[in-house]
Design a protein around this ligand. Structure first.
Ligand SMILES: Cc1cc2nc3c(=O)[nH]c(=O)nc-3n(C[C@H](O)[C@H](O)[C@H](O)COP(=O)(O)O)c2cc1C
Length: 147
């Protein structure tokens, strides 16, 4: 069993629904889960855990406003994050050249800080006819042995 910190980046609420769907699946798999809609780096860092990042992209490849402070603190930290495991779900729209850049960039940033990626990045393209919550839950279940 792992302790998951679900870190949400969302402007319009869609990624929150994805995060809540992931929470439901992780709880059903027997994990502990805390969802952070206003992620606070210092508070999250106090716990030994796996981070699940669920973030959309806005502007021209930008982070949603609510996750910007977390990203800045992560960029600036000198702490050893090698015990942190993570996985990332990006929600975006492939009509933008900057498809899922927020998720791709935070993924790179976490790797650069020494964190270990347990499952490769999942990107969800909202221009396709998909159910993002169902797809995310399926992805977690498919990878449950790596969590
Ligand atoms: C103003 C605006 C800018 C956007 N820019 C991007 C972008 O650069 N890259 C991308 O992949 N998606 C982009 N999107 C699509 C959103 O990421 C997508 O609609 C997502 O589902 C929104 O999730 P949220 O409700 O959690 O904010 C943009 C959407 C809007 C409204």
């Amino acid at each position: 069993m792992s302790s998951f910190q679900v870190i949400v980046g969302s402007m319009l609420g869609g990624s929150e629904y994805v995060a809540e769907a992931c929470e439901e699946t992780l709880l059903a798999l027997g994990h502990e889960v805390e969802v952070h809609l206003q992620p606070d780096f210092a508070q999250i860092l106090n716990e030994k855990q796996t981070w699940l990042i669920c973030t959309s992209t806005h502007g021209a490849g930008d982070y949603p406003d609510n996750i910007q402070a977390f990203v800045t603190d992560l960029q600036n930290t000198d702490l050893d994050l090698s015990s942190v495991k993570f996985l990332t779900i990006g929600i975006g729209d492939s009509n933008y050249d900057t498809f899922c850049y927020a998720a791709k960039n935070i993924n790179k940033l976490l790797l650069s800080k020494g964190c270990s990626e347990t499952v490769s990045l999942l990107t969800l393209d909202m221009s396709e006819d998909i159910d993002p919550e169902e797809r995310s839950q399926q992805w977690i279940n498919e990878n449950k042995d790596h969590l």
